[in-house]
Ligand binder design. Sequence first.
Ligand code: NAD
Length: 270
Amino acid sequence: MEYFTMNNGIKMPMDGIGVFMMSPQEAEDAVYHALTEGVRLIDTANAYLNERGVGRGIKRSGVAREEIFLVTKLWPSVYEDEDAVEKSLRRLDTDYVDLMFLHQPAGNWKAGYKLLEKAYKEGKIKAIGLSNFPEDQLQWVLDNAEIKPQMVQVEAHPYYPETELKKILKPNHIGLMAWYPLGHGDKSLLQEPVFTKLAKKYGKSNAQIILRWHVQSGHVVFPGSRNPEHIRDNFNIFDFKLTDEEMKEIAGVDKNIRYYHATPEQLKRY
Ligand code: NAD
């Protein structure tokens, strides 16, 4: 495993699992399989409605809580709820999470950020993150917040490597968690000829080449999968290294396209 050291000194694993669009039972099973395979980073959100399943998967695995890096997110509908953090902790059946995000830059996100700062000071969350915040809102937080965020979480993959955003992140020592690291399973991304060529060279799958590119680009990844074989493969990317030339070749597939934007209707849900 490789680790990213956050600006508060805490280390996080750079490869994990995400449980978006999974039922509570599917999330429980996926988390259980992942932890059994050695995965130690789990990403969920209150909007995924499966935090209880994640908590059960952790308990079922028998892996000690302190060995796991657990991430969740608050949806805009709870940014003004003083108990929002506690409620997530209760659903996850844990005393703390390692990283908590504001999921979207909508609603009263400034109040949401204050909630996270308070929870951080109380030790209920060990790091603060902003998900899907554009550069200007991120900059506002950097200029005005008492505690700087440790991470952002944004859509990023070889078709959309977030080159501009990284210009703000680097000098502020803020890490990047890449959601849709495999383009949400998009075949045209997975089957780009450069990945097929490199997969053959290294004896890996195309998905493993993409995940390795992320880690070497400094991105933390947490691909989604219910399939135990994919879960194992997605974690098995630390026994080879892409060359600088190969990293440059992969940079050539950048199409500046994103797969997903939350609509105003979606932002009102949960
Ligand atoms: P992904 O890019 O991880 O792709 C998942 C898809 O790829 C699934 O269809 C899966 O079956 C397939 N897949 C997984 N491993 C594979 C492998 N080894 N070979 C071939 N196919 C494989 O997309 P995702 O799961 O939607 O996103 C990952 C995580 O990002 C989510 O689970 C969630 O935690 C997070 N996320 C966050 C936000 C946000 O707004 N912050 C939005 C979307 C997703």
